[in-house]
Design a binder for this molecule. Sequence first.
Ligand code: G3P
Length: 218
Amino acid sequence: MKFFLDTPDLNKIKEAIEYGVIDGITTNPSLIAKEGLIGEDNIYKRYMDICNLVDGPVSAEVISTNYKGMIEEGEKLASLHKNIVVKIPVIKDGIKAIKYLSAKGIKTNCTLIFTPGQALLAAKAGASYVSPFVGRLDDISQDGTKLVGQIVNMFSYYNFSTQVIAASLRSTLHIAKCIELGVHIATIPLETILALLNHPLTQAGLKQFLDDYHKVNN
Ligand code: G3P
């Protein structure tokens, strides 16, 4: 399973690269705003900076919600760097924009997916990726990882090349479940990736090894 880092924060990205486990980046307008990035020039510069750091797909989301705006933005974003993936919401004009952009060879990530039907429409329109949101379904007492499993199976038995990016992952349990389901990609904050390292037996075992060693090596 590939790991994408779900952030436009360059320090977090640099740190993640040092661990060697990052295959790409996803962002969304909320994360861009949280990072304090204001205005198209600054935002596009950040996408370029990210592309220059990470050798993998970088999802940059459109702000427009109409077809014309989305394809214009999408083409502009795609022209920034070969690794840009244009992220588009799963709405009517978004599906049309995915069809247009994918026909031009531009990679797309269809976002805000909450049902298998939405994922199917995105895949049929030619989306390179779909992003089902796990945590936000859990938030309303629905099983987010169940949706991810349904989409992975659907793409497999209908032979779609569209890949699933499990998004809105909030815990190591979500990640473990994604591994079981054969999810292609999980996009996660750095803190959650690092939390995979935590195990009390690892800590206790390491302490014991070093205590034993130092008992005889002063
Ligand atoms: O990639 C989408 C993700 O960032 C949303 O996560 O935690 O805001 O639901 P969250």
